[in-house]
Design a binder for this molecule. Structure first.
Ligand SMILES: Cc1ncc(COP(=O)(O)O)c(C=O)c1O
Length: 437
């Protein structure tokens, strides 16, 4: 097995991994010199089994590392399409390029506007900016951390061409309402499912509910291969366009014609080695997903009664959550006024890996910087850009970014006793709150 080692975890958390000293809610906080609740690391991630080495070695020795010379990417695409119920799947070099591909084939480009949530990884908006289009933020629903469907329609202008609902943290955006608004206004829907492998909405896999769906297989993801991505979809002609576009515009399926170059294209191909790692990882994806779901429910039952803790909820339409991150909101005023940073530090010192998650993306300097560029000045009027800056407010997201607490998915890959440790650390910090404020 390989992955995050106990030593790395210790270094990351700053915890001295001792043991044996008295533990429990009433004990002295590790931050104040007591013994940490957790004396050993959680699961490693990613998890690699030596028995899965052989196919990788065979590819290395064959010299067929590029998809054009081998068959492993194609096999993996067929498997992922089958798993998700998609008509087709295309492997790409990473999730960012999957999103760029989707935007391109749906003809979202210069002068267009795309509705996005502010509570996401920067790639969701950088791909829009890279396409010389304007990312227009709709606020978040603080209960679910997903894009607020109520706010989407208010942000639509005559230039809006698409919506990118992000299934953030492995939860699912309200796809009924996203698709209803999209249909009403004739907008494309690109699902950013980069964090939501196996998540489902009303029994259907995310990525198959809009026009195209994009995934990431970066190292930390629930299905990892270091770097990797995919576009999936139900429309085979659109998927043929994606295949051709990412393979230098060569003919593919219904995309024919030209002297070897059927359309404009680029190279965003997945390699055979990436696909081989994914094929190996796919053997365990269901088991890990079930374990995360069970442990998340158990952990919630153990911590939901702590004042000031509100665990992230899913919409009723979410029939499966991917738990890429287990998240909650922390309300300092119900926790003796202990600032979130101090609460997080206390948990880390108890041996629990936690973070505060995203900052407000709509306030990132890259937006103002990019909008000041020559391309944007040419593509948008001064009035539109001024109005954009004026209206670029997402107050619910601002609050969420100050309250969120994340636990990474691999913490959920342990036993019930591991979940008990996490819960015990939360309670211990709560019960010692007056010493932290
Ligand atoms: C929500 C979201 N979108 C897009 C991406 C981009 O994926 P990649 O890192 O594979 O390019 C990520 C990856 O972290 C992500 O979390």
């Amino acid at each position: 097995m390989a992955g995050v080692s106990a030593g790395m975890l210790t270094a990351m958390s700053g915890v001295s991994l001792g043991g044996g000293a008295p533990r429990g809610r009433a004990g002295k906080l590790a931050l104040l010199g007591g013994t940490p609740v957790r004396g050993k690391p959680f699961s490693a991630w990613p998890i690699w089994r030596d028995k899965d080495d052989q196919p990788i070695i065979e590819i290395l020795r064959s010299g067929k590392w590029f998809r054009g010379w081998g068959d492993v990417v194609r096999q993996w695409e067929a498997r992922y399409a089958e798993l998700t119920g998609a008509t087709a799947c295309l492997g790409t070099m990473n999730g960012t390029n999957a999103l760029l591909t989707a935007l391109h084939v749906l003809d979202v480009g210069v002068g267009d506007e795309v509705i996005v949530p502010p509570y996401t990884f920067v790639a969701t908006i950088s791909v829009v900016l890279m396409s010389n289009a304007l990312p227009v933020f709709a606020d978040v629903d603080p209960e679910t951390f997903q894009i607020d469907p109520e706010d989407i329609e208010k942000r639509i202008t005559p230039r809006t061409r698409a919506i990118i609902p992000v299934h953030i943290l492995g939860g699912v955006a309200d796809m009924d309402r996203v698709n209803t608004v999209a249909k009403k206004h004739g907008l494309a829907v690109i699902e950013d499912a980069c964090q939501a492998h196996l998540a489902q909405w009303r029994g259907k896999h995310v990525g198959t509910l809009g026009d195209l769906g994009c995934f990431s297989f970066q190292n930390s993801k629930n299905l990892p291969c270091g770097e990797g991505g995919a576009v999936i979809g139900m429309d085979s002609k659109l998927m043929d366009q994606c295949h051709s576009f990412t393979n230098c515009g060569r003919p593919y399926g219904s995309v024919q014609g030209g002297g070897g170059n059927a359309r404009l294209g680029t190279n965003r191909r997945m390699t055979e080695l990436q696909a081989a790692i994914l094929l190996a990882q796919m053997q365990y994806i269901e088991d890990y997903a079930k374990q995360r779901t069970e442990n998340a429910a158990y952990l919630t039952s153990k911590i939901e009664k702590i004042p000031g803790i509100s665990v992230r909820k899913d919409y009723p339409g979410t029939t499966r959550c991917a738990y890429h991150l287990y998240a909650l909101r922390y309300f300092a005023d119900e926790f003796g006024g202990v600032p979130r940073g101090r609460f997080l530090e206390a948990l880390r010192r108890e041996g629990i890996e936690v973070s505060g998650g995203y900052g407000p993306l709509n306030k990132e300097g890259i937006i103002a910087g990019t909008l000041a560029s020559k391309s944007f000045q040419r593509a948008f009027s001064k009035e539109r850009l001024d109005a954009y800056h004026r209206d670029n407010e997402c107050p619910a997201n601002d609050r969420l970014c100050e309250q969120a607490v994340w636990l990474p998915q691999y913490l959920l890959l342990g036993s019930k006793a591991d979940m008990d440790d996490i819960a015990e650390a939360f309670w211990k910090v709560y019960e010692n709150r007056t010493l932290l404020a």
